[in-house]
Design a protein around this ligand. Structure first.
Ligand code: NAI
Length: 329
């Protein structure tokens, strides 16, 4: 029998947590033969609700679920953690300036980074979901100097999956015919969903969707980039099940690899590829294998793509400068 993998989920009592924990416990994160221990981190006000979720997890009698720990201590939650899903964050509320938002999140992701540094297992893999995800991941990473930087990632897989779904619909194919989609840059409205490198049922992404630059600029890109706001407007609450699904996909792909002939999108520490300043946590096209990832190299970018990537990366650099000025990294 295999040793259980310790999976820490922060913000476990939130709506993403509720959609995420049951799938982790049923084997969708790591595989149907991998037992897990769940470590649920919440703030004190969230502990009771987390207890309720744990009761429901018990009631599922998941064969792979070996234990549940509920705590408001990051040191306890990350003790021996192999996977960390950092979902809990401070949302932007009305009238909140960016500086206040970054400061509040620095107060969460700085200490969690330290706790990961001091207590997590040597093979820890971190996915930051809580927004602003890229910069929260940067804060956690910089507060964990003993952990290899590439273990800290930010989630753009939901944007990636949204782009795949929009492209399949437009091209009139099924989603598994859509390959090599890329989300570049920040998980924000400036992100650049790139269909020019994509392959759809044997054609380029541009051709398969009607070779229509106006559709790309005025429909495809804004639909993907503003999908979160559209969900809030229609559902009356922010995306939760699709966000949890993307978190599952992100870690599953990281651990189990990308299929041949395809890649995925992940927010990762830049090595300077494609002119993205080294050290920024930016989304790239990546392939994964044996628990490691590589940025897809050698893609030729048009002036249009270049300008879009540069704009989103400039926003990431501004956010980094802001958290640096606040002393958070
Ligand atoms: P939610 O408000 O339902 O849940 C957040 C939970 O985090 C709450 O239970 C809260 O008590 C907890 N929490 C707050 N601070 C914490 C801390 N320091 N330690 C532990 N737990 C803490 O929010 P929801 O809908 O689950 O979303 C969570 C985050 O995910 C938000 O920041 C949201 O913007 C982000 N998100 C990111 C997406 C992405 O694509 N990267 C997509 C969708 C949401």
């Amino acid at each position: 029998t295999r040793t259980p993998v310790n999976v820490t989920v922060t913000g476990a009592a939130g709506q993403i947590g509720y959609a995420l924990l049951f799938r982790i416990a049923s084997g969708h994160l790591l595989g149907a033969d991998v037992p897990v221990n769940l470590r649920l981190l919440e703030i004190p006000q969230g502990l009771k609700a987390a207890e309720g979720v744990a009761m429901e997890l018990d009631d599922c009698a998941f064969p792979l679920l070996r234990g549940i720990t509920i705590t408001d201590s990051a040191a306890t939650a990350f003790d021996g953690a192999n996977v960390g899903l950092l979902v809990g964050a401070r949302p932007r509320t009305a009238g909140m300036e960016r500086g206040d938002l970054l400061q509040a999140n620095g107060g969460i992701f700085g200490p969690q980074g330290k706790a990961i540094n001091d207590h997590a297992a040597d093979d820890i893999k971190v996915l930051v979901v809580g927004n602003p995800a890229n910069t929260n991941a940067l804060i956690a990473q910089r507060n964990a100097p003993d952990v290899p930087a590439e273990r800290f990632t930010a989630m753009t897989r939901l944007d990636h999956n949204r782009a795949v779904a929009q492209l399949a619909k437009k091209a009139g194919v099924t989603v598994d015919d859509v390959k090599k989609v890329t989300i570049w840059g920040n998980h924000s409205a400036t992100q650049y969903p790139d269909l020019f490198q994509a392959e759809i049922a044997g054609k380029s992404g541009f051709e398969a969707t009607g070779s229509d630059q106006a559709w790309v600029e005025n429909d495809f890109i804004p639909t993907v980039a503003k999908r979160g706001a559209a969900i809030i407007e229609v559902r009356g609450a922010s995306s939760a099940a699709s966000a949890a699904n993307a978190a599952i996909d992100h870690v599953h792909t990281w651990v189990n690899g990308t299929p041949a002939g395809d890649w995925t999108s992940m927010g990762i520490v830049s090595d300077g590829s494609y002119g993205v300043p080294e050290g920024l946590i930016s989304s790239f096209p990546v392939t994964t294998k044996d628990g490691k990832f590589e940025i897809v190299q050698g893609l030729e970018l048009s002036d249009f793509s270049r300008a879009r990537i540069d704009a989103s990366v400039a926003e990431l650099a501004e956010e980094r400068d802001a958290v640096q000025q606040l002393g958070l990294i």
